[in-house]
Design a binder for this molecule. Sequence first.
Ligand code: SAM
Length: 294
Amino acid sequence: MSNFPRTAHTFNYPRYLKALQSVSARAQSDVLYQRFIEALVARADETKAPLRLLEIGAGRGDQMQRILDDMATHDTAVHYTALEPQSENRAVTESVAEAYATPPHTVTVQPTSLLDVTTGDEISYDAIVARSVLDLMPLHEALTTIEALIPENGLLYAPLTFAMGTKLAPYPSARTASTEHKIASIYHNSVYQKTELEDGAYPPQEIVHWANKRNARVAMRGSDWVIAPSKKTYVQDEAYALQSILAFMHDEAEQLDTIPHPDLDSWWATRMRMLHNNTLIYTANQFDLLIQFD
Ligand SMILES: C[S@@+](CC[C@H](N)C(=O)[O-])C[C@H]1O[C@@H](n2cnc3c(N)ncnc32)[C@H](O)[C@@H]1O
């Protein structure tokens, strides 16, 4: 049916994250990021001590690198701890960390999941960074851990947090659109399962609600991922990122096994044809969050 069957796609996590670099760079709010950096600098000026930062799910260390570069331009010393349980991603982050761990900075990369982090009076951070990751874990459990780790005047910066809303275009056919509607719904349900949120709740909005209950200052900006061809070509390796996302959707649907296989195969073939003809357009609704406790 397809000259690019599902089995022809091999997922490589570091390649996927590298392919997303340009997508995330376009999406992430510079205004909110700068506000985060200013808050960090103000905090360091106030405490006169190195900043303690914790990043959850550092991936290949892209966000860490940007923050450490910016802290260096402000002459602000940082003790940076990056959590990355996935070994191939962690290896990339470790190589970035080596380049940045020069006194007075320290950079530690740990294989720990946030959910296994020990909390206690003696462990606290000035800020926690969680880019594109809080939608992958039981959210309220994660927020309880985060709260225990940033006890006083802490910051939580959570850019690119997924709020469902996956859309593919152009319109395929009534039958494929109907299959796609079911596949997208299964894909979003898998996020509900991972986050342990109720069907119809959205991770970023849940975080904002949680923060407001604690009387925190909240800034929220839209940061949708957009992968669209221009002049019939995709930027850099973005087609690989999109192919991987379609494979995530396909695999969730295949696993649940409620969509007839011929329909699933036909959907995959249609969207692969569009991707490989450089016509497929993808958008995903996301938000950047900056939360300041005081
Ligand atoms: C979508 S990637 C985002 C990576 C990186 N933050 C970025 O924006 O490029 C999510 C990352 O979080 C990691 N991750 C998933 N669950 C985690 C958890 N419970 N604790 C810490 N990291 C986790 C994954 O291994 C993966 O590298």
